[in-house]
Design a protein around this ligand. Sequence first.
Ligand code: 6PG
Length: 240
Amino acid sequence: MSKYDIRISSDLEHSARECAEHIAALLRDGRGMLAISGGNTPKAMFHLLAKSGLDWNRVHVFFVDERCVPPDNEASNYRMAKAALLDPSGVPSANVHRIKGELEPAEAAQQYVAEIKTVFGLNSGELPAFDVLHRGMGADAHTASLFPGEPLIGDRTGIAANVWVEKLKMHRVTLLPGVLIAAKNTVLQAVGADKAEPMDSVLYGPEDYMKYPCQIGTREGSRAVWFVDEAAAAMVRQRA
Ligand code: 6PG
């Protein structure tokens, strides 16, 4: 028995379906504060989640991170989410809380923090607890826009901040570790052979958040659920 909750599917399509069903079930009751990630993997899952029959009037959609580009730019996480999830689901636009990637990065982060505080009704120093925080993992074990070596990986009190990602030569805005840890439910998607090794290091390697940022909120005792395909699970399978 693995000490982690890892749901392995034959391929991306099946994994996306399982993940969408899981998220919909978590959001079915009560208010739904959902934070979504970008990248390539979530697209199929978003399409299915949009058709899940959820009452989208009760769901608020936030972003785990955003690239500092305008919302119609090809790299924008909002743009992808809008096409795959927000438009097809019919979630009211007042329930969509995007990170304004078109602004100066520090200003975008500040505005995003202010919006989160308002919607969650937070007092100073409090962190939001998302009902579902959906994350991805890069082949370098980054998660959100917390890349290996990022000094903010040590931050446990902030809500969101702008970061400079040297390897991509790009500004981004990201939720911070304290918020990833505070999530009521963490749902991870990882698909493809290039995720096998980082996934193994994240779950079974030495604890080193600077080297494996995806360890934040996913190690023993966490309530993270992984939705992966056979290729990504190739190494962790042998640990079970
Ligand atoms: C982003 C992300 C990021 C993503 C991983 C995995 O904006 O890129 O939110 O953290 O989840 O890079 O991305 P893939 O699914 O494309 O591998």
